[in-house]
Ligand binder design. Structure first.
Ligand code: NDP
Ligand code: 2IT
Length: 453
């Protein structure tokens, strides 16, 4: 059987075994086809049946989460933890609380996480979890009750050397705090079982900033390799959560101008540059929608979601040099990609996980735009999580500067690995292929060395 036939067989197998898991299928299709140059070069991967093994999680835990809301009603949500691959280290990956969460979403995120974590060069396996719980509109007490109920099952499956969850959409310092408190109560031990913890109780400095900062460091590396720089560039950013906010902060630091941000209700276009203090106040402190930004700045434009272009997003209509999709999956469509190219965009740098649709990705790869895949560009978050695990293990706390320097070095190394691998396989600068092959090779080689398990 040729490598291509084997990839097609595995994709059919995924469709049969995981019906309706569209995002998981999308992520698998992208990774598996990009591996063809490697598979054709080295028969060990097919001989050891690695593809069939790597697309199946080692363990999938699905559980009921029942909790009591403020009016005394019992509410029920679904909880998930997909422990995808532990070939190179304990399972590691975030938890997402969002009403759109289902098994297919968690599996796509967990699958991506395997290769992302391998690319960081650090010893961490791939996992993801979460719930279809919607934190919006819930009181602080309800969030706590939900987190405690969620951890009352999850604690049986995690541990500092086993599986170390962190945040993702809808899970930040507050939720990590409630989850950690419940874990400690149930286990009776203080251990670094979660990352993204508070700075007073085992958290790492710069973890909050790491994904956004890392994304900008990655973009700068890519631009430098193309004799260009981020300095002076106009940047469109989507999202207004953890990743977007610290992308915007680092863009200013590096002399660029971020001119947009967005949430699930609309987009802000602020030609003179997003005012970071207002954004932080609205999103991190008051948890408001971005419409509140227009009350503070009358020289900005607000485009509500109902006014978005058909099959597209307002944020990608804005003229920019660099696009930083940093909200959620499939938020940059083919029409958006065409518009970005037409507006002179030179680089799309994925801060979110799989924000680009399959059709848009194909178009971008055939265009002259540079493209940084999320599993490389947003790996600074999980890499800094591993630095948090290291600090916990040695009972230390490093300074902000120390962590930030390590983060910069890791992002440079990830870029070099993806870039050099793309050169090795004759597609210089195609970082989708470079990142997927480099991440896969490390995990697959480890699986082969560990035998048929
Ligand atoms: P947050 O919850 O902090 O922010 C998410 C942002 O995206 C919010 O502005 C939210 O808007 C918007 N958003 C979420 N879902 C949707 C949707 N379905 N439609 C439109 N807008 C949406 O999450 P993060 O910033 O942490 O995560 C953003 C992305 O980055 C995700 O893809 C995540 O997987 C990825 N990522 C995160 C890492 C981390 O360390 N946090 C690390 C690596 C990747 P609203 O507030 O209105 O819901
Ligand atoms: O997608 C991701 O890499 C994250 N949400 C961060 C995972 C982590 O363990 O820090």
């Amino acid at each position: 059987m040729s490598s291509r036939e084997e990839v097609e067989r595995i994709l059919e197998y995924i469709q049969e075994c995981s019906p309706g898991q569209n995002e998981f299928y999308q992520a698998s299709e992208e990774v598996l086809f990009s591996l063809l140059p490697l598979l054709e070069n080295d028969s060990r991967y097919l001989n050891n049946n690695i593809l069939e093994r790597i697309v199946v999680p080692e363990r999938t835990i699905i559980f009921r989460v029942s909790w009591i809301n403020d009016t005394g009603e019992i509410k029920t949500n679904l909880g998930y933890r997909v422990q995808f691959n532990s070939a190179i280290g304990p399972y590691k990956g975030g938890l997402r609380f969002h009403p759109s969460v289902n098994l297919g979403i968690i599996k796509f995120l967990g699958f991506e996480q395997i290769f992302k974590n391998a690319l960081t060069g650090l010893p961490i396996g791939g996992a993801k979890g979460g719930s279809n719980f919607d934190p919006k509109g819930k009181s602080d007490n309800e969030i706590m009750k939900f987190c405690q109920a969620f951890m009352s099952e999850l604690y049986k499956h995690i541990g500092k050397n086993k599986d170390v969850p962190a945040g993702d959409i809808g899970v930040s310092a507050r939720e990590i705090g409630y989850l950690f408190g419940q874990y400690k109560r149930l286990r009776g031990e203080f251990e670094g079982v979660l990352t993204g913890k508070g700075l007073n109780w085992g958290g790492s400095k710069a973890r909050k900033e790491a994904t956004g900062y890392g994304s900008v460091y990655f973009a700068e590396n890519f631009l430098n390799a193309n004799n260009n720089t981020i300095k002076g560039k106009t940047c469109a950013v989507s999202g207004s959560g953890n990743v977007a906010i610290y992308t915007i902060e680092k863009l200013y630091d590096m002399g660029a101008t971020p001119i947009s941000c967005s949430d699930s209700r609309g987009t802000i276009y602020h030609k003179n540059g997003i005012v970071l203090s207002s954004l932080k106040e609205i999103k991190e402190v008051n948890h408001e929608t971005l419409e509140a930004y227009t009350l503070l700045h009358d020289d900005c434009e607000y485009i509500a979601i109902k006014d978005y272009p058909e099959d597209g997003h307002a944020v990608w209509q804005i003229p920019c040099d660099i696009a930083f999709p940093s909200a959620t999956q499939n938020e940059l469509t083919l029409n958006d990609a065409k518009q970005l190219l037409q507006n002179g965009c030179i680089l799309i740098n994925e801060g979110a996980n799989m924000p680009t649709t399959a059709e848009a990705l194909k178009f971008i790869q055939e265009s002259k735009m540079l493209f940084s895949p999320g599993k490389a560009a947003n790996a600074g978050g999980v890499a800094t999580s591993q630095l948090e695990m290291s600090q916990n293990a040695s009972m230390e706390q490093w300074s902000f500067e120390e962590v930030d320097i390590k983060l910069r070095t890791i992002m440079q190394d990830i870029f070099n690995t993806a870039y050099n691998t793309s050169k090795e396989f004759g597609c210089k600068g195609d970082l989708v292929t470079g990142a997927n092959i480099a991440g896969f090779r490390k995990v697959a080689d480890s699986m082969i060395e560990q035998g048929a398990i």
